[in-house]
Design a protein around this ligand. Structure first.
Ligand SMILES: Nc1nc2c(ncn2[C@@H]2O[C@H](COP(=O)(O)OP(=O)(O)OP(=O)(O)O)[C@@H](O)[C@H]2O)c(=O)[nH]1
Length: 259
């Protein structure tokens, strides 16, 4: 019995959404990994279509975590601040390369007094979104601490990281350029993919969550193929690439089929 809501037509991904900045991206390939595309075509994605992947959203109080999730999931924006007490979550259903895929987006409290409740929900995340305010440099500085706390509960070698600058509508172009320079450095150090968004105008919000869904899906399918013994020597490995700041890379030999 399928108890999940059907996938909305505007949540269908037939192509890999591109990164915002090549300098700080999880990878810059134009398409999904060929083995992932092939596995989807051949209906060999195992349990991926039935799984729900957990994504946690962390960051300082009032940086705009709730607004970011609400803009994407409900297409709403509330200008009044209401602190998140503990946690809250939203489910989002996608269809990626014809395969259903679900994300559970966990909105956590940034306020110190609610943090200890929130941190008990960090475990088991496949992706961590660390949000800072593009107009508040302290909130960028604090992202390292948020990451460290979230990683205490998760496997740093397999979790996908995203560093998101919020409230882009409040920055002048000149201020934005300066902040982006610092944010790219932080993202590179963390091995996170960088995004800048505005929940007020909606700029980049959909693109960002589609990218999160696509990369989480890709990682899930690759893990599933590996589990089912389909992995070949020289295939996808998670490496640190010093020259290019790319965090996921594929083999030099391009594969045309994954059978
Ligand atoms: N101008 C502008 N304001 C924003 C944006 N995103 C959020 N805000 C405002 O910032 C305030 C805080 O937003 P929230 O989304 O509640 O912040 P939060 O990070 O969830 O806060 P905590 O729950 O305390 O952790 C609210 O008044 C929002 O209206 C944005 O993109 N642009």
């Amino acid at each position: 019995m399928n108890i999940l809501a059907p996938v909305r037509r505007d949540r269908v991904l037939a192509e890999l959404p591109q990164c915002l900045r090549k300098e700080a991206a999880l990878h810059v390939h134009k398409d999904f990994h060929p083995r992932v595309t092939c596995a989807c075509q051949e209906h060999r994605t195992g349990t991926v279509g039935f799984k729900i992947s957990k994504v946690i959203v962390v960051g300082d109080l009032s940086v705009g975590k709730t607004c970011l999730i609400n803009r994407f999931c409900k297409d709403t924006f509330d200008k009044n601040y209401k602190a998140t007490i503990g946690v809250d979550f939203e489910m989002e259903r996608f269809e990626v390369l014809g395969v259903p895929f679900s994300l559970q987006l966990w909105d956590t409290a940034g306020q110190e007094r609610f943090k200890c409740i929130a941190s008990t929900y960090y475990r088991g995340a496949q992706a961590i979104i660390i949000v800072f305010n593009l107009n508040d440099v302290a909130s960028l500085e604090h992202t390292k601490q948020w990451l460290a706390e979230a990683l205490k509960e998760n496997d740093p070698s397999s979790v996908l990281l995203f560093l998101v600058g919020s409230k882009k509508d409040l920055s002048t172009p000149a201020q934005y350029v300066l902040m982006e320079k610092d944010a790219l450095k932080v993202a590179q150090e963390m091995k996170a993919e960088y995004w800048a968004v505005s929940s007020l105008t909606g700029e980049n919000v959909r693109e960002f969550f589609f990218r999160v869904a696509a990369l989480t899906f890709e990682a899930n399918v690759l893990a599933e193929l590996e589990k089912s013994g389909a992995r070949r020597i020289g295939d996808v490995v998670r490496i640190k690439s010093d020259d290019s700041n790319l965090y996921l890379t594929a083999s030099k030999k391009k594969q045309t089929c994954c059978s």
